[in-house]
Design a binder for this molecule. Sequence first.
Ligand code: SF4
Length: 104
Amino acid sequence: MTDTRRLPGPTSDIWEWQLSGRCRGLDSDLFFHPDGDRGPSRSARERAAQAICATCPVIAACADQALASREPYGVWGGLTESDREEIWTGRRSAPSREAARAAS
Ligand code: SF4
Protein backbone atom coordinates (compact mmCIF):
# COMPACT_ATOMS: atom_id res chain seq x y z
CA MET A 1 0.00 0.00 0.00
CA THR A 2 1.26 3.47 -0.84
CA ASP A 3 2.27 5.70 2.05
CA THR A 4 0.30 8.84 1.11
CA ARG A 5 2.13 10.93 3.71
CA ARG A 6 5.08 11.03 1.32
CA LEU A 7 3.05 12.37 -1.60
CA PRO A 8 2.90 16.10 -2.34
CA GLY A 9 -0.13 17.99 -1.04
CA PRO A 10 -3.04 18.89 -3.28
CA THR A 11 -2.14 21.36 -6.01
CA SER A 12 -5.27 23.34 -5.14
CA ASP A 13 -3.56 24.39 -1.88
CA ILE A 14 -0.86 26.14 -3.90
CA TRP A 15 -3.17 27.86 -6.36
CA GLU A 16 -6.25 28.54 -4.23
CA TRP A 17 -5.38 32.25 -3.91
CA GLN A 18 -6.14 32.64 -7.63
CA LEU A 19 -9.83 32.12 -6.91
CA SER A 20 -9.81 35.51 -5.16
CA GLY A 21 -7.94 37.42 -7.87
CA ARG A 22 -9.53 40.61 -9.21
CA CYS A 23 -8.52 39.51 -12.71
CA ARG A 24 -10.70 36.43 -12.51
CA GLY A 25 -13.08 36.48 -15.45
CA LEU A 26 -11.46 39.51 -17.08
CA ASP A 27 -9.99 39.53 -20.59
CA SER A 28 -6.54 37.92 -20.34
CA ASP A 29 -5.29 40.23 -23.13
CA LEU A 30 -5.12 42.94 -20.48
CA PHE A 31 -2.57 40.95 -18.45
CA PHE A 32 -0.77 39.09 -21.27
CA HIS A 33 0.38 41.10 -24.25
CA PRO A 34 -1.16 40.24 -27.59
CA ASP A 35 1.26 39.61 -30.48
CA GLY A 36 2.97 42.80 -31.60
CA ASP A 37 1.85 44.86 -28.60
CA ARG A 38 4.67 47.34 -27.99
CA GLY A 39 5.41 50.95 -27.08
CA PRO A 40 2.69 53.25 -25.72
CA SER A 41 -0.06 50.70 -26.32
CA ARG A 42 1.77 48.10 -24.26
CA SER A 43 2.56 50.60 -21.50
CA ALA A 44 -1.09 51.66 -21.30
CA ARG A 45 -2.22 48.04 -21.14
CA GLU A 46 0.28 47.25 -18.38
CA ARG A 47 -0.76 50.30 -16.34
CA ALA A 48 -4.42 49.27 -16.64
CA ALA A 49 -3.56 45.75 -15.46
CA GLN A 50 -1.47 47.12 -12.58
CA ALA A 51 -4.41 49.32 -11.50
CA ILE A 52 -6.53 46.19 -11.17
CA CYS A 53 -3.75 44.38 -9.29
CA ALA A 54 -3.52 47.31 -6.88
CA THR A 55 -7.06 46.54 -5.69
CA CYS A 56 -6.54 42.78 -5.52
CA PRO A 57 -6.65 41.03 -2.14
CA VAL A 58 -4.11 38.40 -3.22
CA ILE A 59 -1.50 40.70 -4.78
CA ALA A 60 1.28 39.50 -2.46
CA ALA A 61 0.67 35.79 -3.13
CA CYS A 62 0.45 36.48 -6.85
CA ALA A 63 3.71 38.43 -6.96
CA ASP A 64 5.45 35.78 -4.84
CA GLN A 65 4.29 32.99 -7.14
CA ALA A 66 5.35 34.82 -10.32
CA LEU A 67 8.78 35.63 -8.90
CA ALA A 68 9.36 32.14 -7.48
CA SER A 69 8.31 30.38 -10.67
CA ARG A 70 10.18 32.88 -12.85
CA GLU A 71 7.02 33.58 -14.79
CA PRO A 72 8.22 35.14 -18.06
CA TYR A 73 4.95 36.56 -19.38
CA GLY A 74 2.24 38.89 -18.24
CA VAL A 75 1.43 41.17 -15.35
CA TRP A 76 1.32 39.25 -12.06
CA GLY A 77 0.94 40.76 -8.61
CA GLY A 78 1.26 44.23 -10.10
CA LEU A 79 4.63 43.37 -11.62
CA THR A 80 5.22 43.61 -15.35
CA GLU A 81 7.64 41.37 -17.24
CA SER A 82 10.22 44.19 -17.04
CA ASP A 83 9.66 44.63 -13.30
CA ARG A 84 10.31 40.93 -12.66
CA GLU A 85 13.39 40.94 -14.87
CA GLU A 86 14.80 43.86 -12.86
CA ILE A 87 14.17 41.96 -9.62
CA TRP A 88 15.75 38.74 -10.91
CA THR A 89 18.82 40.60 -12.10
CA GLY A 90 19.18 42.54 -8.85
CA ARG A 91 18.45 45.98 -10.33
CA ARG A 92 15.57 46.43 -7.89
CA SER A 93 14.26 44.63 -4.86
CA ALA A 94 11.16 42.51 -4.67
CA PRO A 95 8.12 44.20 -3.14
CA SER A 96 7.65 43.29 0.48
CA ARG A 97 4.42 41.58 1.45
CA GLU A 98 3.54 44.65 3.50
CA ALA A 99 4.08 47.00 0.54
CA ALA A 100 2.03 44.76 -1.71
CA ARG A 101 -0.79 44.63 0.83
CA ALA A 102 -0.68 48.40 1.33
CA ALA A 103 -1.11 48.84 -2.42
CA SER A 104 -4.21 46.67 -2.41
S1 SF4 B 1 -2.54 40.53 -8.34
FE1 SF4 B 1 -3.24 41.02 -10.41
S2 SF4 B 1 -2.69 39.29 -11.71
FE2 SF4 B 1 -2.56 38.62 -9.55
S3 SF4 B 1 -4.52 37.68 -9.09
FE3 SF4 B 1 -4.65 39.83 -8.48
S4 SF4 B 1 -5.47 40.94 -10.25
FE4 SF4 B 1 -4.78 38.92 -10.97
